[in-house]
Design a protein around this ligand. Structure first.
Ligand code: TGC
Ligand code: FAD
Length: 392
């Protein structure tokens, strides 16, 4: 192949906007994905099995809590580095990025932002190393897009809180040592609790037969009169804005992550189009295939610019939730379209596990739904520009 052909597009030379540290962080995760994850991920996905060996290795890579301060075991990196880590992980598989998203943004972040000093010291260093794994329980069987209507509840029993209810579709639930659970108190106020594996009445059954995120483990969190010690309440947050602030961080990471999935589909399709011959010519020489490739690289470039700018806003603490929603929605949609177009470039070969495209496509069907659906993010933009909420 012509050495000038770039398999990882950087059409608007965004690398020039990155620091040495950003480039080093990206390279270390890229190397790990290429050497450790890519050779095995299709097999795990085909078997519907979570590759548990990644947990310790992601901890060693600094992929758990990259922006949590070093004093708590994090890497103390900025938001662009966090985004680049998510991008590289999702170039491997959305399910592995999910594991890192949940651990970082949905478990470590709330403990860091809303926890007591004792909770931070107790949990964050172990979570950063991957020695403890976390889950985040917001969605319920009957309350997905509308988490404010949740019915999981706590009652103050003096020495402890009595927790009852159930959460569904929870990433990492069956393997989690600790779950950040959102429940309403007697006044209907949403509170966050740290529920630990082994607490009596707490179980986390696995959700089977998924066609998407097959290398990620998903389950329920079931609470049947669980006595949660009072010291496990997150003291510094009340209301739905608590979980929503966690979602801001995770949605931001997804907006970057899916660029990685799109890049992997594009690079696979580009190489294939240059090598595959029909009618005695590489299929890359036909205008219709060039149209697909040119449009894909254009869409990836726009998505890269969007997340880079969003990252700089987040570094200055100036990114609004609506800006994050727009980036999440746009970039996941972009990645799904890129996966579908790339799959077509491979013809029949595109449906096999010999190439990563079909796996990315199936994974992205979850990503377009979780962390707020495609529709909900559109309504968030609609609300932001009109001032009228159309959710209800
Ligand atoms: P609403 O009345 O608008 O808001 C209630 C309170 O929350 C505040 N708030 C936010 N604060 C910070 N950031 C945000 N993004 C916020 N959005 C809302 C709001 O200011 C208000 O605060 P206060 O102090 O005035 O009380 O709430 P609503 O009930 O009308 O709902 C609005 C809606 C629909 C936009 C929201 O609930 C929503 O985004 N729904 C989608 C649910 C969702 O995203 N669930 C994700 C579950 S976790 C997950 O999917 C993990 S997958 C992980 C993986 O594997 O990678
Ligand atoms: P619903 O809310 O029932 O929506 C169904 C459809 O109706 C959607 O198309 C939606 O866009 C549409 N809709 C809903 N409300 C409106 C409206 N007001 N206007 C117009 N259309 C509307 N949750 C967690 O808490 N923690 C996790 O770790 C987690 N991990 C997940 C992992 C996977 C693999 C998946 C698939 C989901 C996960 N989720 C998790 C749950 C996820 O966040 C929810 O699936 C999502 O928020 C949507 O909720 P729902 O599936 O109940 O769909």
């Amino acid at each position: 192949m012509n050495k000038d052909i770039k398999l990882i597009p950087d059409y608007f030379i965004i690398d020039q906007l990155l620091t040495e540290e950003h480039l080093l962080v990206r390279q270390s995760v890229r190397d790990w994905v290429d050497s450790k994850l890519k050779p095995v991920i299709d097999d795990y996905s085909q078997r519907h099995e979570f590759p548990s060996f990644v947990l310790k290795e992601l901890g060693e890579l600094g992929a758990f809590g990259p922006y949590i301060p070093e004093q708590y075991g994090g890497a103390g990196l900025d938001q662009i580095s966090y985004g680049l880590i998510m991008q590289e992980l999702e170039r491997g598989d959305s399910g592995i990025r999910s594991t890192a998203s949940v651990q970082s943004s949905l478990v470590m972040y709330p403990i860091f932002a809303f926890g007591s000093e004792k909770q931070k010291q107790k949990y964050l260093p172990l979570l950063a190393k991957g020695e403890k794994i976390g889950a985040f329980g917001l969605t319920e069987p009957n309350h997905g897009s509308d988490p404010g209507s949740m019915i999981t509840k706590i009652e103050d029993k003096g020495d402890y809180y009595l927790l009852n209810g159930a959460k569904m579709w929870i990433t990492n639930a069956p393997i989690a040592d600790i779950a950040v659970v959102w429940a309403k108190d007697e006044h209907g106020i949403v509170r966050g609790l740290l529920v630990e594996k082994g607490m009596e009445g707490f179980s986390a059954p696995e959700t089977h037969r998924k066609w998407s995120l097959r290398a990620s483990i998903t389950g329920e969190l079931v609470f049947d009169n669980v006595k949660v010690p009072k010291e496990n309440l997150l003291p510094n947050i009340q209301g739905l804005k608590g979980p929503m602030m966690c979602l801001n961080s995770a949605r931001y990471g997804i907006a970057w992550g899916v660029v990685g999935a799109a890049i992997d589909c594009y690079s696979t399709a580009l190489q294939y189009a240059l090598e595959r011959k029909q009618f005695d010519k590489p299929i890359a020489s036909f205008q219709l295939q060039q149209k697909k490739l040119a449009e894909i690289v254009t869409e990836i470039t726009k998505a890269q610019l969007l997340v880079w700018r969003l990252g700089t806003l987040r570094n200055d603490d100036k990114a609004s939730p609506a800006q994050i929603s727009m980036a999440k929605r746009n970039n996941v949609d972009m990645a799904l379209n890129v996966a579908r177009e790339s799959r077509q470039i491979l013809g029949a070969m595109g449906i096999t596990g010999d190439y990563p495209i079909m796996r990315h496509m199936m994974n992205l069907e979850s990503v377009v739904t979780y962390e707020g659906t495609h529709d909900i993010h559109l309504l968030i933009t609609g609300f932001d520009i009109t001032g009228i909420a159309a959710f209800k």
